[in-house]
Design a binder for this molecule. Structure first.
Ligand code: HEM
Length: 457
């Protein structure tokens, strides 16, 4: 951080160069928060206002002048007013000539205007150097400063010198700067705050679609079947039993959807014999949301584990059913070691799978993944990832056990939901197994190292 020997207290007038003076147009929330933070960091601040004597409260230590006088006194001017009010700036063109204008504005909707606000500002004052910056931060974040090391200020502009000046201010405010290039990137920066979890949208749609479909399917083959066949009302099962069917099923499918695009990408490369051709757009988009898919899948798996903890508490349901059966049929059901073996095994696989699942989730957090080398990250996400998928799939196969062969399992002649959900993970694991065959693996590795099948000799 450059301090240039500036006194930390902006109001101190002891020997030494005077702190730099920065100008802010606009005394709204953002203008006031920015001014306060700049004052705390050691800058002097002057506000430009239409009514300098009655403009409302400004941070202590800041001056308020007319727009023209304020603009003239500083080299850098923050424009903290809405775009609709930019017209008044045109009259100030002579005072703003050669100044750096920082456009911090945002819009309420995308594509509201034909050009970005910062480009419009540059058109109004062609003699100034417009830089788009700080628009992705809220007034709260500006006032309190970065709450973690990752708080970034995105900026763009046509003048490298102007960008440097804005970047120096942002760095002194303890933000990290990301330069997005020329002013033509302003629209993209203005769209940033309008996005609502863009990379989560597809995974959330998939999760919602799968949950709704499997829930519907489970109601039919479980509740409706009991009612139609035995005239028994088992609708109470919806709250716990059905939830504990649907959540792990969605989790397992989503976990396999994290690994399917990687496997498909390998087959694309094998088929094309090169790594230098772009993947289809849908595959690119799919690959980019794998982390979100995985984290949502972990969330669903955690719900399954929580619901499973309930099973011993509500053991009265299976126990009552078992006692009822024994009394009615006048039979004793003996303890069976093989049944105990299969139940313990699927429990154990579930626990191992969930343990690895959690490691995968933790290692995808930026603070953890940044501390890992690429090889370590790749080892966890790929090798341990497939092992997780294997344990969870095996857990579900063991849960099915001999029910796969029993005709009573297929109510309404359709398979139960957990059998359906095994299709995707099984396909992914089989394809991965195919890729692990030495001859296939060798070719994929060579392609990834740059070898091309149809390379001219
Ligand atoms: C089913 C336990 C982790 C996927 C079950 C059941 C239990 C169980 C007791 C039977 C539920 C019932 O009777 O309806 C556990 C434990 C886990 C664990 C103790 C870890 C601590 C996982 C994980 C996955 C998973 C990580 C994969 C995402 C499934 C599936 C079913 C199932 C798909 C079948 C659901 C159904 O149709 O009833 N698990 N599980 N489990 N589990 Fe897990």
């Amino acid at each position: 951080v450059k301090t240039d020997g500036l006194p930390l207290n902006p109001l101190r007038t002891a020997a030494g160069p005077e702190p730099e003076l920065l100008c802010i147009f606009g005394t709204g929330d953002l203008g006031r928060s920015l001014g306060q933070r700049l004052l705390q960091t050691g800058y002097r601040v002057v506000y430009g206002s239409r009514r300098p004597h009655s403009c409302g409260p400004v941070p202590q230590g800041a001056q308020v002048l007319s727009h023209a006088a304020a603009a003239q006194s500083a080299k850098l001017v923050f424009i903290c007013v809405h775009r609709e009010h930019y017209d008044f700036l045109e009259a100030l063109a002579p005072q703003l000539k050669g100044k750096v204008l920082v456009d911090v504005s945002n819009n309420l909707k995308k594509n509201l205007y034909p050009e970005a606000n910062a480009e419009y500002l540059q058109r109004l004052i062609p003699g100034a150097f417009v830089v788009k910056a700080f628009n992705t931060l809220s007034a709260w974040a500006l006032q309190n400063g970065p709450s973690d090391a990752n708080r970034q200020v995105f900026l763009c502009g046509d003048s490298a010198e102007a960008k440097q000046q804005v970047s120096d201010v942002a760095t002194r405010l303890s933000f990290s700067v990301v330069d997005r290039g020329s002013l033509s990137a302003a629209r993209e920066l203005e769209d940033f705050p309008l996005q609502l979890f863009p990379e989560w949208r597809l995974p959330l749609w998939i999760a919602t679609g799968l949950t709704a479909s499997f829930f519907f399917y489970a109601v039919i083959v479980d509740i409706v079947y009991s009612y139609v066949t035995y005239k028994k009302d088992t609708s109470f099962r919806i709250m716990v039993s059905l939830a504990n069917k649907v959540f792990p099923i969605v989790s397992l499918i989503m976990l396999s959807l994290c690994y399917l695009p990687g496997v498909l990408a390998s087959f694309f490369q094998l088929y094309r014999g090169t790594k230098y051709r772009r993947f289809p757009d849908w595959l690119d988009r799919w690959m980019l949301c794998r982390k979100q898919l995985g984290l949502l899948a972990l969330g669903f798996a955690s719900l399954h584990v929580l619901y499973t903890l309930l099973i011993p508490i509500r053991y009265f349901v299976p126990l009552f059913t078992l006692c009822h059966y024994q009394i009615r049929e006048n039979k004793t059901v003996d303890f069976e070691t093989s049944t105990a073996w299969y139940t313990d095994s699927y429990y154990s696989m579930g626990i191992l799978g969930f343990g690895l699942y959690v490691i995968l989730g933790i290692s995808s957090l930026p603070s953890v993944s940044n501390a890992l080398s690429w090889r370590e990250f790749n080892f966890i996400q790929s090798k341990l990832g497939y092992l997780t998928l294997f344990f969870c799939t095996f857990h579900t196969y063991l849960f099915g056990w001999n029910r796969f062969l029993r005709s009573s399992t297929y109510k309404f002649w359709v398979p139960p939901p957990y059998m359906l959900c095994l299709v995707v993970p099984t396909v992914v694991l089989l394809l991965k197994l195919l890729l692990l065959l030495p001859c296939v693996d060798r070719t994929v590795t060579r392609i990834r190292q740059g070898w091309e099948r149809n390379e001219p000799e």
